[in-house]
Design a binder for this molecule. Structure first.
Ligand SMILES: [Zn+2]
Length: 625
């Protein structure tokens, strides 16, 4: 049994029960209390004398060790960054079944058992995000907690922010920008990760403010106002306008930037307009004009420099910089710190230069986005489209950051031409598995049977992600020679049946009627939910004319409703639509009656509609109608 604080005693009772006595010394909010009971093995480590423990299922010890190996380092890192040593008697995280994500119970986090990975899964993704987020809550949420649910953003934003800090520490600045800043850019709630306030305050002030906030309000509930006061006390800076602009009001700036270069005085002038308009549909107060620092990167043949300017709350203003030659690169908002919309029209050549040469990964990503839009625009000339595709192919081959190559591969998904195909094929051998998988996925969309061998080679990859992409791509070629390679995957056991699921997904895409028997075998109960779900998708693809298939899928759907099994539910519901049997409507409606989970209801209703439309379209018209 695992609970909060310290285990004082365990007593064996005469009636075959055991009594555990846990005690936590520190005051805390009641929603952070937890008790977990189960058969666990402890993976024990420590930070500065404090036990750091992960509780995993006894048969997952190897994988548990691997997945949680960085946890003690996280405890050390957060203790040092905040200047507040981890405050409780121990830190434990316990894996549990059917638990969504994680919950930062005080000194005893609870987490989904899905987060435990084998070594091959760790190649594609780690569980560091979840672990660091829940750990960060021990300071932000548990040590200081939100006064009311209106202040919950203080808990969540800081946990997400420190999760991002961990990424930066363990993976590097580019990964931090790509995963945490870019990944969160549409979520205001998480915009702490952008480092808005950190850039405004400066590095030293920022960390001093965090330490003061935690120390001052230790073991207390805090409000957003108290957070503002803590920053002001620590830094001596007034935070009124910052909080008013970014926290208490809605809206974000829309900047329109134009650049001109005057060769005689050698000056670059940037004209910046703020074009945001308050939206009359919202009753909440909205910011009208913004005041904020912003960094501008200026690159010439002799190198790049970054200038910091203050944008004033004006509709229009200009900044002038001395630059020896006409700049080849101007990057507004270096590092993409601001929540904003940016309109900055640049010629294609300037965007290509930025894509290949900008030191700021966010600048390269922005250029890629602009170029992709231009490539897909009907009004763009064919030669220009080709030039853009080639420049993206070059970036895919050469960029040093994996995330950029990943985005390049995605951007080439519907591009044509030999240069594109060559670059994507080369990227199927990229050193990063996510890039390899994305390149295969992009190629797969071509449905090109000459690529069968390339996909078959990829089935031997160490990464499950690459294998998944390869099986689907192989299936999409509709080449009968893919069948045997896909079937071979079903002979190999793997962590969480990854290879079985991948093989079945490939068979579903291939649609070869020979896979009916194997799909019947794996759709039977006794297989894992994921395998059953994948097999049912194969049945729908190849079993339309087999009388056994409809009742089998119907039964799977009704079973999946209670206890709710999301994978099986989605797969069997969609399979009924795919089969197009009019009897399916009644089965879907029956499932709706039994359904307890309200989250699944919209999908079910959507499936009913789809099937009705499909069967009505297919039904022969009755005479007289
Ligand atoms: Zn959280």
């Amino acid at each position: 049994m695992i609970s909060n604080g310290k285990l004082l005693t365990t007593k064996e009772n005469k009636d075959n029960t055991r009594t555990f006595d846990w005690k936590i010394e520190q005051p805390h909010a009641t929603y952070l209390t937890s008790i977990v009971i189960g058969e666990y093995t402890a993976i024990e480590s420590n930070y500065a004398g404090i036990p750091v423990i992960s509780y995993v299922y006894p048969d997952q010890l190897t994988e548990g060790r691997l997945t949680t190996s960085r946890l003690p380092e996280m405890v050390k890192f957060f203790s040092e960054k905040t200047g507040v040593k981890y405050p409780y008697a121990k830190y434990a995280q316990t894996m549990t079944r059917d638990f969504g994500g994680g919950m930062e119970n005080i000194s005893a986090t609870t987490q989904t058992d899905n987060m435990i990975h084998d070594a091959r899964t760790e190649l594609d993704q780690t569980s560091d995000g979840l672990q660091s987020h829940e750990l960060a809550h021990q300071w932000f949420g548990d040590y200081v907690t939100c006064r009311s649910w209106a202040d919950i953003w203080l808990n969540e934003s800081f946990a997400t922010y420190f999760q991002a800090m961990w990424d930066e520490h363990s993976l590097g600045h580019d990964d931090f920008l790509y995963r945490d800043v870019r990944g969160n850019q549409d979520t205001y709630y998480r915009d702490w990760a952008r480092g808005l306030l950190r850039k405004t305050l400066g590095e030293e002030n920022w960390w001093r403010a965090i330490n003061h906030y935690l120390t001052k309000y230790a073991h207390q509930p805090v409000s957003t106002e108290q957070f503002r006061i803590a920053i002001e006390e620590a830094t001596g800076q007034s935070m009124d306008s910052f909080f008013d602009q970014w926290l208490y009001r809605m809206g974000h700036p829309v900047f329109r930037v134009t650049q001109t270069y005057d060769p005689a005085p050698k000056t670059l002038t940037l004209k910046i307009k703020q074009e945001q308009k308050p939206d009359s549909n919202y009753a909440y107060p909205q910011a009208t004009l913004f005041q904020t620092p912003v960094e501008i990167e200026i690159g010439t043949a002799s190198g790049a420099r970054v200038e910091r300017v203050i944008i004033e709350p004006k509709e229009e203003q200009s900044f002038t910089f001395q630059v020896d030659a006409e700049p080849q690169l101007v990057n507004f908002d270096y590092g993409d710190t601001l929540i904003k919309e940016l309109h900055f029209d640049k010629p294609t050549n300037a965007l290509i230069y930025q894509l290949n040469r900008d030191e700021d990964v966010m600048g390269r990503m922005w250029a890629l986005g602009q170029l992709s839009e231009r490539r897909k625009d009907k009004s763009t000339a064919a030669a220009e489209k080709e030039l853009i595709a080639k420049s993206i192919a070059t970036s895919l081959a050469q960029d040093k950051f994996w995330g950029m190559r990943f985005e390049d591969a995605a951007a080439l998904q519907d591009a044509t031409g030999d240069a594109v195909k060559t670059a994507l094929l080369a990227a199927t051998k990229d050193k990063n598995p996510r890039v390899r998988a994305r390149a295969i996925q992009a190629l797969g969309a071509l449905k090109d049977p000459t690529l069968v061998t390339a996909y078959q080679d990829a089935l031997d990859d160490e990464s499950y992600g690459v294998i998944r992409a390869a099986t689907e791509a192989l299936g999409q070629t509709k080449s009968s020679s893919g069948y045997d390679s896909l079937m071979k995957l079903l002979d190999t056991s793997s962590w969480r049946d990854n290879l079985h699921v991948a093989g079945l997904n490939g068979l579903a895409a291939l649609g070869d009627s020979r896979s009916l028997d194997i799909a019947l075998k794996y759709s039977a109960s006794g297989n894992s939910g994921q395998v059953q779900a994948a097999a049912i998708t194969v049945l729908a693809a190849v079993g339309k004319n087999d009388p056994r298939v409809f009742p089998l899928i119907s039964e799977a759907l009704l079973k999946s409703v209670s206890p709710f099994n999301a994978a099986l539910f989605g797969a069997s519901g969609r399979a009924l639509v795919e089969l197009g049997d009019p009897r399916g409507v009644e089965v879907l409606e029956q499932a709706n009656q039994k359904l307890i989970s309200p989250r699944a209801r919209p999908l079910l209703q959507q499936l009913v509609e789809q099937l009705k439309q499909k069967t009505q379209a297919a039904a022969p018209k009755t005479p007289g109608e």
